[in-house]
Design a protein. Structure first.
Length: 164
């Protein structure tokens, strides 16, 4: 019996097994809390979790997203993604049930969106937990104001899951 092919097969199988053992395991957990989606990617000892939802225009095209995650210190951080061609100096006005709760500044724009990224303060969290609808007002460079609506249905449960 020729032992060379058998040894080569065993070595190849051992290398494949060793490569599989060294690859980090990744697990993704998603849950739906009414209109809010929770997603968590777990890889070995690290977890990147966030909650959020998207907003579409009348034609069904995604125009904005809100994403809330935890920063390295464990504090909640909100990211609002607005369309391009926004008046960056005007910033973003955040209302809950038509009551002004926050004014935020853009951090940057890239090829796909203009982004607000700020720590989520307790007053805004409380307003979102008590409210039913959040409105984001953004101004385009042509002077037109656009209001993006987000449902707050399920926010409290999703936020509790995130911060758990």
């Amino acid at each position: 019996m020729n032992k060379i092919p058998l040894i080569a097969l065993l070595i190849a199988a051992g290398i494949a097994t060793l490569a599989q053992a060294e690859e980090p395991t990744t697990r993704t957990v998603t849950e739906q809390f009414k209109d809010w989606r929770y997603a968590c990617v777990e890889q070995e000892d690290t977890h990147r979790c966030e909650i959020g939802q998207g907003a579409a225009n009348d034609q069904g095209q995604m125009v904005s997203q809100i994403i809330i995650g935890k920063n390295p210190e464990g504090k909640a951080q909100v990211q609002l993604l607005a369309p391009l061609m926004m008046d960056l100096k005007a910033g973003v006005n955040v209302r809950v049930d038509n009551n002004n709760v926050a004014d935020m500044d853009y951090l940057f724009c890239n090829q796909g969106a203009c982004v607000v990224a700020e720590l989520l303060d307790d007053a805004l969290v409380s307003a979102m937990q008590a409210g039913t609808q959040m409105q984001i007002d953004v101004a385009a460079i042509n002077g037109q104001t656009m209001t993006v609506n987000y449902s707050l249905s399920g926010f409290s449960a999703a936020y509790a899951r995130l911060m758990d």
